[in-house]
Design a protein around this ligand. Structure first.
Ligand SMILES: Cc1ncc(C[n+]2csc(CCOP(=O)(O)OP(=O)(O)O)c2C)c(N)n1
Length: 576
């Protein structure tokens, strides 16, 4: 080790120094008495790093996920023992499903109290895995204050390398107060994997032999160069490109090769095209349930199409799909390698690619809805907001308008512009937007939330106000129901509404109580002036949109879903 031994200080301070060495300037969390020595370390180093104190650990962990997505480096979250860790688990799960690099630091009872079920004690290795499958890549616990830098370094390596994801580092209280002279370790630069050249030649041959190829780009680990290279590859080979569920900003949605998003509410023409493809090249996408139409667009485990799967994680390759060709590579390298593959002069699928893009354009058309037209709302946002705006959303039908009508620029043009949970976690959008506004104050940040979705983490409006967020707009789509669930109910149990109705507050008044500007909107023509004012104001603003619950999705109505379900049952008697 080349680093000189540091002066002795509490290990809690050494931890903060380790974060500074990793380039971390902002951490999110909710304070707890279990890690006071770290909080003191933040005070000690307050000129180099800040701790954003949030209102609930779920919000804090979502903020760290957003930080990981925006920066490509691990998002950092601190929470206290049992109650803090259990609250934070939703953000951990989201980071796992979304492959977002994150480090969650959790306070723990002092070493001499362990295994007594001491106050708020939980065994985090049991709780978060990695045996649990789906929560954390690694759970480490510090037992020797002198080894703290080693654990932090490993946490960063693990979060970033292979398939990125969250790790948990457990901090027994005494490990933070113990003095240590342990040196700070250097900034982690993740090891990157290049695709096997033999496999690349095989891919080239498969592509050259294809009639109807289709590319699905997704997953994490992309950077601006990689997205630029992906675009060149698509242009060289004239390939249609779709983006995996909630990874819509990896390919410029305005580009002639863009075919649309392969997720919930997929354009039926796009679904049909993927089904008809003879070769699917999945680059970085995990090929989860939402991207594969419940494992039907690509039938698991052996699709009808030829499948080439490129992914950064060896464990992802062959996990579900028996692909014809699998290539393990970091996305930053994969795209650069693909760009070098020379394409044949004649690409017989050229018309197929043009048709894929034409289908995407046609899917941008919407039918007018009165009195509030959500498609028009999204198109107005697109027209007026700066092109590098960050769009954040949680889960619910309301997100469908954004996914269908917003055109995300590629990452090479504006950095990441989509913050959205592939885990489908409600409540993600508000904290993600607050984090983006605090981390990137020069960019406009726009959150789309449902009424159910918003109130899961709406208290983070206070965090935005408290820490001086500026260009932040939250658009709350209030339809008085957990609309997605109501939609499923109408399809499966028509007319039998149960548990999905919502009592809502006056969202505009609520936002004002948090120090935000706010306005209520009931008609389409009220939206543009309100949104323009919000953009110009540069202060956190909430726009409370009242929407008829019947217009719950971009393609149909609740009434139509119910009527179809009743017809299916041969029962037209219900008057509900
Ligand atoms: C944390 C969490 N709890 C529950 C769900 C299940 N769920 C998915 S969508 C949804 C309703 C969303 O309602 P709302 O935010 O009002 O949006 P809408 O569907 O009405 O547009 C629910 C309860 C979830 N995805 N995440």
């Amino acid at each position: 080790m080349t680093t000189a031994t540091a002066r002795s200080r509490p290990a809690g301070h050494a931890l903060v120094e380790a974060l500074v060495a990793q380039g971390v300037t902002t951490c999110f969390g909710v304070p707890g008495e279990s890690y006071l020595a770290v909080l003191d370390g933040f005070h000690e180093h307050r000129d180099r790093i800040r701790f954003i104190g949030c209102r609930q650990e779920g919000g804090a962990a979502f903020m760290a996920d957003a930080q990981g997505k925006l920066s490509g480096r691990p998002g950092i979250c601190f929470v206290t023992r049992g109650p803090g860790a259990t609250n934070a688990s939703i953000g951990l799960h989201t980071a796992f499903q979304d492959s977002t690099p994150m480090v969650l630091f959790v306070g723990q009872v002092a070493s001499d109290q362990r295994d007594r079920e001491a106050f708020q004690e939980v065994d985090y290795r049991q709780m978060f895995g990695p045996g649990t499958l789906g929560m954390a890549k690694w759970v480490g616990e510090i037992h020797d204050a002198d080894r703290l830098p080693e654990y932090v370094s490993r946490a960063f390596h693990t979060a970033l390398q292979g398939r990125p994801g969250p790790v948990v580092l457990v901090l027994p209280e005494d490990m933070l107060t113990t003095p240590t002279a342990a040196p700070v370790l250097p900034r982690v630069e993740p090891v990157r994997a290049w695709p096997d050249p033999v496999g690349l030649r095989a891919l080239q041959a498969l592509l050259a032999a294809a009639e109807r190829p289709f590319v699905i780009a997704g997953g994490s680990g992309w950077d601006a160069n990689a997205c630029e290279a992906l675009q060149s590859f698509a242009e060289n080979w004239k390939l249609p490109v779709g983006c995996a569920f909630r990874f819509q900003d990896l390919f410029d949605n305005r580009h002639a090769n863009y075919a649309g998003d392969v997720g919930i509410g997929i354009n039926p023409k796009l679904a049909q095209r993927i089904a008809q493809a003879d070769l699917v090249l999945a680059i970085g996408a995990r090929l989860g349930e939402m991207t594969t139409g419940g494992y039907t667009l690509l039938r698991a485990p052996r699709p009808e199409q030829k499948l080439v799967h490129m992914h950064a994680g060896a464990e992802e390759l062959g996990r579900v799909y028996a692909a014809d060709l699998m290539l393990q590579a970091s996305m930053a390298c994969a795209a650069l390698a693909l760009e070098t593959l020379s394409a044949p002069a004649a690409r017989r699928w050229s018309g197929w690619t043009d048709a894929a893009h034409a289908d995407y354009e046609a899917n941008q058309q919407s039918q007018a809805v009165q009195p509030l037209d959500m498609a028009e709302v999204v198109k107005t946002v697109q027209r007026l907001a700066p092109s590098d705006s960050v769009l954040a959303n949680g889960a619910g039908n309301f997100s469908g308008w954004l996914h269908r009508y917003y055109r995300y620029p590629g990452l090479q043009h504006a950095g990441r512009t989509q913050l959205a949970p592939t885990s489908g976690a409600m409540g993600y959008g508000v904290p993600a937007a607050v984090a983006a506004a605090l981390l990137c104050p020069h960019r406009t940040v726009i959150n789309f939330a449902g009424d159910g979705d918003f109130l899961m983490t709406g208290q983070e409006l206070a965090t935005a106000t408290g820490y001086g967020a500026g260009k932040l707009i939250s658009i709350v789509v209030d339809n008085g129901t957990y609309g997605t669930i109501r939609m499923h109910q109408e399809r499966e149990y028509p007319g039998r509404v149960s548990g999905s109705d919502l009592y809502n507050p006056d969202f505009a008044a609520l936002a004002r109580a948090y120090g935000w500007l706010a306005q209520r909107i009931e008609r389409t023509d009220e939206f543009e002036p309100a949104f323009s004012t919000a953009l110009a104001g540069g202060r956190p603003t909430l726009l409370h949109l009242k929407l008829d619950a019947d217009f719950s999705t971009t393609r149909t109505t609740l009434a139509a879903i119910r009527a179809a379900a009743l017809t299916r049952r041969g029962d037209n008697s219900s008057k509900t």
